[in-house]
Design a protein around this ligand. Structure first.
Ligand SMILES: Cc1ncc(COP(=O)(O)O)c(C=O)c1O
Length: 233
């Protein structure tokens, strides 16, 4: 089996909007064209994008923890190359793999008191789905309150807690026993009204990733395995 990525990138250069129009989400492609965002970015480095005309763009989107390290960070690139070259025993279904355990230990050591375990998932919405299940299982309550204007993702459970009507329109019925409250009274007092449960304090993927580079001062003594070193910031 052969696959030549460099050849695909060269041969299909600049076809990105056409392909999305035809095979993916034509509305997104139309909106980006209207906004003047119909570019073909060839490279990303740190906070900058470079298009096929040689123009450089400062990407000001932030907030997602994954952006904290910037695109194409050399340490991340090396780790990815190393992981691929190591021929790791991936996708063994009946196993406890080493590297997720090492990462979970690092995250717990940097988290505040009360966060003892890590559940890895692939997206913010999936983290919310897990949080809904954990909350219902541990409290034995089914009602969930969410804030007006809250955004938690677009999967069915996460959408049920989405406070934006435009996102919800046309996808009902959503999860039962979910009720909207005004943002101003969101927080522990609103979330713990009788009969209600709320997602537990949960390090979202972005917060967890953001905390890798700079451990917070928590006053908690880190638990370290014999072989692990103090984190460098
Ligand atoms: C607070 C919050 N929760 C959940 C999500 C959903 O994340 P994802 O798009 O990875 O599913 C987002 C995405 O913007 C978010 O900002």
């Amino acid at each position: 089996m052969t696959f030549d990525l460099a050849r695909v990138l060269e041969e299909r250069r600049g076809e990105n909007f056409q392909l999305h129009m035809e095979y993916m989400n034509p509305q997104l492609a139309r909106v980006l064209k209207t906004l003047g965002f119909d570019r073909f970015y060839e490279r990303g480095e740190g906070a900058y994008l470079y298009d096929d005309r040689g123009d450089r763009y400062l990407d000001l989107l932030s907030g997602f923890g994954v952006f904290a390290l910037g695109r194409s960070h050399p340490v991340i690139k090396k780790a990815l190359h190393d992981a691929i070259d190591a021929d790791l025993p991936n996708l063994v279904q009946i196993d406890c793999a080493l590297l997720p355990g090492v990462l979970a230990e690092a995250l717990v050591n940097r988290s505040h008191k009360g966060i003892e375990r890590v559940f890895f998932c692939n997206s913010g919405a999936e983290a919310i789905e897990a949080a809904i299940k954990f909350a219902r299982q541990s409290t034995h309550r089914s009602r969930i309150l969410y804030c007006d204007h809250a955004y938690h993702g677009l999967t069915n459970g996460a959408l049920s807690l989405n406070g934006g009507d435009d996102f919800r329109k046309g996808f009902g019925p959503l999860l039962p026993r979910t009720d909207r409250i005004p943002s101003a009274i969101s927080g522990p007092s609103g979330a713990h009204s009788p009969g209600a449960t709320s997602p537990p304090s949960w390090p979202s993927r972005s917060r967890a990733k953001a905390s890798i580079s700079r451990p917070r001062a928590t006053g908690r003594r880190p638990r370290r395995s014999a072989g692990s070193r103090a984190p460098s910031s």
